[in-house]
Structure formats: structure tokens, C-alpha cells
Ligand binder design. Sequence first.
Ligand code: FES
Length: 116
Amino acid sequence: MCYTNIMAQEIFITTADKVKEGEGFDFKYKGRPAILIRHGGGVKAFINICPHSGYETKMYEGKLECVEHFATFDPDTGMALTLPATPGSSLLEIKLKVADNKIYHLNTIVFKSKKL
Ligand code: FES
């Protein structure tokens, strides 16, 4: 008999003090560009690929703004606020864990085994 196992792995990104309010901290998430931001006292992370045409965003005047065509995104939810990003589209959020001044993203691993 084969079992499917799911395990959450914590991957260290950076220390919390390196993420300043209103600035972005770039990192890679599973090989893709990602951005970590501090907004309203909390930290959030998104896969940093604009849903319009795939360029990255930067924090600008309290919002995430695409560097190519300047669509803006809500830093709380990642939802598109302005065109040309399609209304209802969003940056994809990455789940985080903050502990002891360290920020981790949670990586889910699915693997098969014959025994638990
Ligand atoms: S690629 Fe982001 S608005 Fe066009």
C-alpha cells in the first residue's frame, strides 16, 4: 500500500528588521520572483509576477506598482486596484510564519511512501 504524506517545511527568508515599512524585500519562492513587504505593522509576501504581462512590482506610495505598465495592487490582499491589470486579478500571496524576529515562508511538500 502507498501513502501520500504532506509536510510543511519552513524556509528562512530574512530577519523581520530588514523589512521596512513601505519598502519591498525581494527573494525567490520556488525559483520565482517574490516580494516581502511590511504594511500596516504586519508582513506579507507575494509571488512578484504581475498578472497583466508578467513584470515585477515595487512598493511605491503605499501600494505595489508594476514596473512596466504601472498597474497597482493592494498591499494587504494583492488584488489589482488599477488597469491594465484585469479587475479581480491579483498577485498570489505566499503564506508566512514570523517567529523570533525571523520570517519564513511555508513550503508544502507532498511525497509518497510505503510506510508511515
Ligand atoms: S505587466 Fe504589469 S501592468 Fe502590464
